[in-house]
Design a protein. Structure first.
Length: 373
């Protein structure tokens, strides 16, 4: 792997974690100070975008006919913007000024750096049909000076001579009119796309041109995303995330009838909670309320969770988990078995954090299945 000493630490970690060989990619750092501080529940991931280096393909084009370098086209630039997760601002993106012969368009996007800072990027693109027509006429006139094309040999034009000056001028007019029809039809779209691509180039800091060999390598972009492993490892964050999912579902489909909800909750509990004897290292881990035999019991489906290796968290973490578990009492009151498991777990003073979280996870799954918040 190439040296990455000049790359911020958060990006170095992502490169090493994903085992990326820098000699085989075009690493793009979107900002000069990408940031070296991540949020508690964030991480940097490297996204890849491949480009078709074929000059005749849609991904790249030559700025000059004789150049052996290529500029990136619309498709790869939009794919790179998606990889970088640019956030477009619809309120400040679109047409700014429109006349019969001119269209001015603006695009605005935001990009988040690992340190949490948002970078705002704005660019404009003007489509002036008068200027375009003037340029097309000049190019067509220059080409006409070489003579009319009479045939093609080995992909090269064979030129002849014009009969007179009028024929040459008529040819120039036809070429300009043909090109202007397409420009007029797609004037606003060209302006909108041009503004977007200018913002993307500002964000990516890509070069104007690349060699064919460079384009054969995929482009690698670091971007910030939520670290779900860290997020869901925190009991409070896990509950908030799952409650948000349930709330989103209910906002779409609406609340369910309370009597049906309770009945469904009871049925789901009876189906999901299969009571059986479970022991950990010969020691009881839960006890059923009112159990006469004194045997220790726990839900069959929670065996794997309860048999996790015991952890030694801080007492405050255990207490927080116990308080969270107690908070589910009102939510599972319709299930006698679920309530019994809750009481037994809280009564077990030696219950580990993994065991408590296992019971919380079962309650969350049970409530989601029953459609309850």
């Amino acid at each position: 792997m190439d040296s990455i000493t000049n790359v911020p630490a958060v990006i170095q970690a992502a490169i090493e974690r994903q085992k990326i060989d820098l000699s085989k990619v075009n690493l793009i750092l979107p900002t000069e100070t990408f940031g070296d501080v991540l949020g508690e529940f964030e991480k940097v991931t490297i996204e890849m975008v491949s480009v078709d280096p074929d000059p005749k393909g849609p991904d790249c084009f030559a700025l000059k006919p004789s150049s052996n370098k290529r500029s990136l086209g619309k498709r790869p630039l939009m794919a790179m913007a998606n990889a970088l997760t640019l956030q477009w601002d619809p309120a400040h993106t679109g047409g700014v000024e429109r006349t019969a012969r001119m269209s001015r368009n603006k695009a605005t996007a935001a990009m988040q750096k690992p340190n949490g800072q948002w970078v705002i990027l704005v660019a404009e693109k003007v489509i002036d049909l008068d200027a375009i027509e003037e340029e097309l006429r000049k190019n067509a006139a220059d080409d006409a000076e070489k003579g009319p094309i009479v045939e093609w040999k080995d992909n090269y034009p064979v030129r002849g001579k014009w009969k007179n000056e009028s024929e040459k001028l008529a040819h120039v007019d036809r070429e300009v009119q043909r090109a202007m029809i397409q420009k007029k039809k797609s004037r606003d779209e060209l302006g909108d796309t041009g503004a977007h691509l200018r913002v993307i180039r500002l964000a990516l800091k890509v070069k104007n041109e690349y060699t064919i060999e460079e384009l054969k390598k995929p482009f690698a972009f670091p971007h910030v995303q939520i670290d779900t492993d860290k997020l869901l490892a925190d009991p409070r964050m896990r509950e908030a995330a799952l409650n948000n999912m349930v709330s989103a579902s209910r906002s779409i489909f609406g609340p369910r009838d309370s009597s049906h909800q309770i009945a469904a909750e009871i049925r789901a509990a009876e189906e999901a909670i299969d009571v059986t004897v479970v022991k950990e290292n010969g020691a009881p881990i839960a006890r059923t309320v009112g159990e006469q035999s004194g045997e220790v019991i726990a839900p069959q489906s929670a065996v794997d969770t309860f048999e996790l290796e015991a952890e030694t968290p801080e007492k405050s973490t255990i207490d927080a988990a116990r308080e969270m578990l107690e908070g589910y009492r009102g939510k599972v009151r319709g299930s006698a078995k679920a309530t019994a498991l809750l009481d037994a777990t809280l009564a077990n003073k030696d219950a580990t954090l993994a065991q408590i979280n296992g019971v919380i996870d079962r309650f969350i799954a049970h409530l989601q299945k029953a459609g309850a918040a």
